[in-house]
Ligand binder design. Structure first.
Ligand SMILES: [Zn+2]
Length: 109
């Protein structure tokens, strides 16, 4: 598991890149996530952790991190709003060269 810490909305969050995001969600106490679920990403407010699937291609990984960061900073937003913002702004950020998960030695951000 690769991990990194970032500051988000006044709190420190752990970003982990991991093979099985659903298993990690269950480890963190989210028993509503089923064993057969396959998740690209997950945001745990209680643990202040964002998990991203390590198998994702770079563009999908960046979009997923952006999506989960939106959940982290605005938990009141509905999933469909988060997806809309992710789709619109994630696309622009990618075109502008945003590559948050590009590996640089020890970290993922
Ligand atoms: Zn979501």
């Amino acid at each position: 598991m690769r991990r990194r810490r970032i500051g988000l909305a006044g709190h420190e969050w752990r970003i982990v890149e991991i093979a099985d995001v659903a298993a990690r969600a269950r480890e963190l106490g989210h028993e509503d996530v089923r064993r057969k679920d396959v998740l690209d990403g997950f945001c745990s407010y209680e643990e202040r952790e964002i998990a991203i699937a390590s198998s994702l291609r770079p563009r999908r990984k960046a979009a997923t991190l952006f999506h989960e960061m939106l959940h982290a900073v605005a938990p009141e937003l509905d999933e469909h709003v988060v997806r809309r913002v992710e789709d619109a702004l994630g696309r622009v950020l990618w075109r502008q060269g945003w590559r948050p998960l590009k590996e640089r030695g020890e970290g993922i951000l």
